[in-house]
Design a binder for this molecule. Structure first.
Ligand SMILES: [Zn+2]
Length: 245
């Protein structure tokens, strides 16, 4: 639960509002998403494989080199697949910052991913944080109005499909409960997308992602693509989850 709230704060921060409102406690300087925020950099690494470059900046002297290695390996395994399937125009150069002044779990915007070292220390197997956050760079829904639940649902759908360490990280799609709703976002929405894909339209995530990237998401797309509103789809999904005797 804690994770969900943290991640929601983290991931709903695309744009300027976040950088203006969050204050780094250490520096009492406005938090600047694109800046190092006066944090010293203890390790930096730049790795290029084919057309992809990952710049890894560590601003926490105690951050595990082992975890750094796992995050790096996951990036090069997953990010090219995300770009290939969802957005070939996505940035090929990603800056990943282990940032002790960032207070959420992790977040992504522009070509930067920030990750809180405390979270990784407590959850060293949660490597697919990078799978989820890197997908936000691929999504780049900077135009139009895509609902946050869909943005986060797609990022967790991708983590479910392409994640390299989900099982060890204790991460899985949330088992269905009648009180759930598609607007709950994250793993609840991701599970719904998996169901739509398997039962209604196997290209649904690709189509919604393409529309959102172009700034053309609208609720009526669900009807256009599946013949049903998202509420009707959810009702069908909920019905299909009922235990069968
Ligand atoms: Zn997110």
């Amino acid at each position: 639960m804690k994770r969900v709230i943290f991640t929601f704060v983290a991931c709903s921060c695309f744009g300027i509002a976040f950088s203006q409102n969050t204050i780094s406690q250490k520096t009492i300087k406005p938090y600047d998403w694109n800046d190092r925020n006066n944090n010293p950099i203890y390790r930096s690494d730049s790795i290029t494989k084919k057309e992809f470059t990952l710049i890894f900046l560590v601003q926490d002297s105690t951050f595990s080199t082992e975890t750094q290695k796992k995050l790096t390996n996951a990036f090069f395994k997953v990010y090219p697949q995300e770009v290939k399937r969802f957005n070939k125009e996505a940035t090929k150069k990603v800056v990943f910052i282990i940032d002790p002044s960032y207070e959420g779990v992790a977040a992504a915007s522009n070509n930067i991913i920030r990750c809180n070292p405390e979270w990784m220390k407590k959850h060293p197997e949660d490597i697919d944080v990078i799978t989820h956050e890197a997908m936000h760079l691929v999504q780049a829904y900077y135009k139009g109005h895509t609902p946050g639940w869909l943005t986060e649902g797609i990022a967790d759908y991708v983590r479910h499909k392409y994640g390299v360490n989900n099982e060890k990280g204790g991460w899985q799609l949330t088992p269905f409960k009648p009180e759930h709703h598609y607007t709950n976002a994250y793993r609840i929405t991701a599970r719904f997308l998996v169901w739509i894909e398997a039962n209604v339209d196997k290209k649904i995530v690709d189509k919604m992602n393409a529309a959102a990237y172009k700034g053309e998401y609208k609720d009526t797309l669900w009807v256009e693509y599946t013949g049903k509103t998202v509420d009707q789809l959810w009702a069908d999904y909920a019905k299909a989850q009922a235990p069968k005797n």
